[in-house]
Ligand binder design. Sequence first.
Ligand SMILES: [Zn+2]
Length: 116
Amino acid sequence: MLITIKRLKTSNRIRMELVKCDACGHKQEVELTVAHKIIPEDVAIRYGITDSTSVTLCIYCSNEIRDWYRGRVSTLTYDSGLKKFRPKASNEIRKEYQKTYQDFVDYKGLRRKRFR
Ligand SMILES: [Zn+2]
């Protein structure tokens, strides 16, 4: 009877798959990770962007990046020719999100080093 329980525990451990978060690098159980689109789906639809890259984030980074985007992504740009702000075009929005995501990854990398 004891042997049976031990075997069950071992087989559960084997099935628990660990996945690395693309932002902070921590390994999490697959259930605690999220497939995150660098360009959020509603933005991609609005700007007709069909090739948004998907990354794997832990649930902590997934929650954090929403606030990160909110404070940093700008949908307007100053046009020096027109001498006024105008809405960004889809290629500019794509670059904005990719840069903001990369800044987040760099920030998480810096934090990870600091706490070692
Ligand atoms: Zn993470």
